[in-house]
Design a protein around this ligand. Structure first.
Ligand code: FA5
Length: 340
């Protein structure tokens, strides 16, 4: 009787093991048949009540059934583990032969791009590219440029003053003075760089922006030379004719002084926030170097003359790319910068 019950349990359980669809179903069969309170354990208890001979025989039957169940259980368990592994390998499969995507490449900021174009242009015309400090002394930023302490022109450029009478340079013109001191005449130099002004910010004014200073000192330099270089500069950047106007401008370090304005390329003339509704953008103040400036830097104005200009590089970049708000250029928004 017990014999038969064990065989029945065995064949039932083997079928269930075979049919199990998940590790959880398989585990349920193990608990029912092989568990501490399972069917085999119950048979084992009953077996204790049998006479010794019969107990020995049933013991062997029970053992065989147990071994057969355990081995069937283990092989099904291994099959589930293998299925799980291959499902994971499928999901996480990587094609190691695919080419790598490569490093993400950056690109130059539009101001740097135009700056480099101008450095190449002026380099090809015999100009040296000079650098100067952003933290300047009053002497180089003002005094040596014919702007003494009491001069009202100091108020034309709102200055960030630092400790010890130093300042953040308000323009790139101090590099003219450093260039004249270092290289002497004849001289052709440009000095691109960052400048700072304590002004309120709007569509065309930043507190931190870029200028590109230019200077030529030689014998017989005239306004004609100046205009030639200004035209060459604008044609190289815009690759087409742009409408400009030249009007008198006052800067203590040049005489005569001019303002070269460009017709606003954002609105094309009728007026917008960038040109303050005037249709014109101040871009390129310039003039012939004032004799006092030459003299202060040890150059004899009776022998040498020169022209100088102070290009608003940030504004030039706005005109070149049609950027209608100066704040975008240094706002750090990559979505904007990635367009260039
Ligand atoms: C000067 O800074 C003179 N050093 C230029 C100069 C050099 C004249 C040599 C003569 C000879 P100005 O303050 O106008 O000049 O500035 C020059 C240019 O910088 C302006 O025409 C304009 O294009 C640009 N600029 C001035 N202020 C700002 C600002 N807040 N934000 C952006 N661009 C500005």
């Amino acid at each position: 009787m017990l014999d038969q019950s064990i065989q029945d349990l065995l064949s039932r359980s083997l079928k269930r093991i075979e049919a199990a669809q998940s590790p959880a179903e398989l585990e349920a069969v193990r608990v029912d048949a092989l568990g501490r309170k399972g069917a085999l354990a119950a048979f084992s208890k009953e077996m204790g009540k049998l006479p010794p001979d019969e107990r020995k025989r049933i013991g062997m039957v029970l053992n065989q059934a147990k071994q057969s169940l355990e081995s069937s259980y283990e092989s099904r368990e291994r099959a589930f583990a293998a299925d799980a592994l291959s499902a994971r390998l499928d999901a996480e499969w990587l094609d190691l032969t695919l080419p790598a995507p490569g490093p993400r490449r950056g690109h130059l900021h539009p101001i740097t791009r135009i700056q480099r174009e101008l450095e190449d242009l002026f380099g090809s015309l015999g100009f040296t590219v000079l650098d100067g400090p952003e933290v300047e002394t009053e002497y180089y930023n003002f005094d040596a440029l014919n702007i003494p302490a009491t001069h009202p022109a100091r108020d034309m450029q709102d200055t960030f003053w630092l400790d010890g009478g130093r300042l953040l340079r308000t323009h790139t013109s101090p590099v003219q003075v450093r260039g004249m001191e270092r290289l002497g005449p004849p001289l052709r130099m440009i000095a691109p760089g960052r400048v700072f002004r304590n002004e309120s910010v709007d569509a065309s004014h930043e507190h931190t922006f870029y200028q590109l200073e230019g200077m030529m000192v030689d014998r017989n330099v005239s306004v004609g030379n100046l205009i030639y270089f200004m035209k060459t500069l604008l044609t190289a950047i815009f690759h087409r004719d742009v409408t400009v106007r030249l009007r008198p401008g006052y800067f203590p370090f040049v005489e005569p002084g001019f303002e070269l304005d460009i017709q606003c390329l954002i609105c094309g003339g009728p007026g917008c926030p960038v040109c303050k509704q005037s249709g014109w953008v101040e871009l390129l103040p310039c003039g012939l170097v004032h004799p006092n400036v030459l003299r202060t830097s040890g150059i004899d104005p009776a022998v040498w003359g020169g022209f100088a200009f102070g290009l608003g590089l940030t504004r030039l970049v706005m005109m070149r790319y049609g950027i209608d708000d100066i704040r975008q250029l240094q706002g750090g928004d990559l979505r904007f910068l990635e367009q260039f």
